[in-house]
Design a protein around this ligand. Structure first.
Ligand code: PMP
Length: 361
């Protein structure tokens, strides 16, 4: 068996120990004689597993009883639309902080459901820095403030939680949830597609302050209403049972790693090593993001001569380094360093980068 060093932006690397355990349990899960995918979500075994996954997530992030934890479907993109449906009436407005590709998408999907106020945008600076907090034009009447703490494509990350007063703060944490300790009490709603730091795609984890569940004013089908999902323990209809199970295994793995404080230290060190290699390459490699806004999870970088890109990708793949091609919106390369990417992977990558620069000087 040959596993690669996987820098995929998502669906991304999962902890090998999680995959091995899922493999061991594939044919006979929990003494049931069937896989977890082959049995009812209403059964005792599944309900116990689901409750444990929720409890483990709550303990990892110290989520208080004031919040509901939901295991939903539809990807983060569906919730770009479903959040305004649930948190605002048709005539309301909400503030959006636009810091890159994914917050742009959040704006366009929300627009049919409420008035979107782009309270700040980094677009004019090509999303190489965060819009400074002093420049945000927040509306105290806004239904909520939405932002994207980590922009997966542009590689910019907020390193502090913005202070927005009494208006509920809504965060798309798809690409940085569980990557470091988090003060959940600062948020009204946190949501994340699972396919980076949690598990397979097709699952969305949401942490929502219970008072916000009461907001839903507009008529909509029950299946769209977060309050209904909360009232039915995320089993209003058949959940993504496989995704939920794998998420639960990942939460257990995270606890074994020492929790989010320990993984946060590890993530910081991984990112530091890569940025140091880029900055120390004498301009051979470049990351254009303003240093204080650099992402710990997604590191885009370019080579000094784009004509070398193809060779870099080909040789890196031969060296067992997977998925370093950058997103077409920014070009160049991107290394995603999620929780499941071990420090050794970054050591192998930076050694490869040094070696490549010497050979193609
Ligand atoms: N938000 C962020 C920050 C993302 O990185 C992504 C996916 N890469 C999405 C939203 C969209 O997620 P999905 O494909 O699950 O809808």
């Amino acid at each position: 068996m040959s596993r690669v060093w996987n820098f995929s932006a998502g669906p991304a690397a999962l902890p090998q120990a999680v995959l091995e355990r899922a493999q061991r349990e594939m044919l006979d899960w929990n003494g049931s004689g069937a896989s977890v995918m082959e049995q009812s979500h209403r059964g005792k075994r599944f309900i116990e597993m689901a409750a444990r996954a929720e409890a483990d997530l709550r303990s990892l992030l110290a989520v208080s009883a004031d919040y509901a934890v939901l295991f939903l479907q539809g990807g983060a993109t569906q919730h770009f639309a479903q959040i305004p449906m649930n948190l605002a009436d048709a005539g309301d407005s909400a503030d959006y902080i636009v810091s890159g590709h994914w917050s742009e998408k959040a704006v366009s999907e929300a627009a049919p459901y409420l008035r979107v106020n782009v309270a700040a945008s980094g677009e004019a600076g090509h999303y190489l820095a965060l819009p400074p907090r002093e420049s945000w034009q927040l509306d105290p009447q806004a239904a909520y403030v939405h932002y994207t703490p980590n922009e997966t494509i542009h590689g910019v990350e907020f390193h502090d939680i913005p202070e927005v007063g009494a208006v509920p703060l809504v965060a798309d944490m798809s690409s940085n949830i569980l990557s470091e300790p988090l003060d959940v009490s600062r948020f009204g709603l946190i949501y994340a597609g699972a396919q980076k730091n949690i598990g397979p795609s097709g699952l969305v984890v949401m942490i929502i302050r219970r008072d916000l569940l009461q907001r839903a004013g507009r008529p909509m089908a029950r299946i769209f209403r977060y309050a209904e999902h909360a009232a039915h323990d995320s089993m209003l209809n058949t959940p993504n049972t496989w995704g939920w199970y794998l998420a639960g295994l990942t939460f257990q793995w995270l606890q074994e790693q020492g929790g989010v404080a320990a993984i946060g230290e590890r993530n910081r060190a991984k990112a530091e090593l890569l940025y140091r290699s880029i900055d120390g390459s004498g301009g051979y490699y470049r990351n254009p993001v303003e240093p204080s806004a650099r992402s710990r999870m997604n590191v885009p970088f370019t080579l000094h001569d784009a004509a070398l890109d193809a060779a870099f990708l080909k040789e890196s793949e031969t060296a067992g380094l997977l998925a370093l091609k950058g997103h077409k919106a920014v070009g160049g390369m991107r290394a995603s360093l999620y929780n499941a990417v071990p420090p050794e992977a970054v050591q192998v990558l930076t050694a490869f980068m040094r070696d490549f620069a010497q050979r193609h000087g």
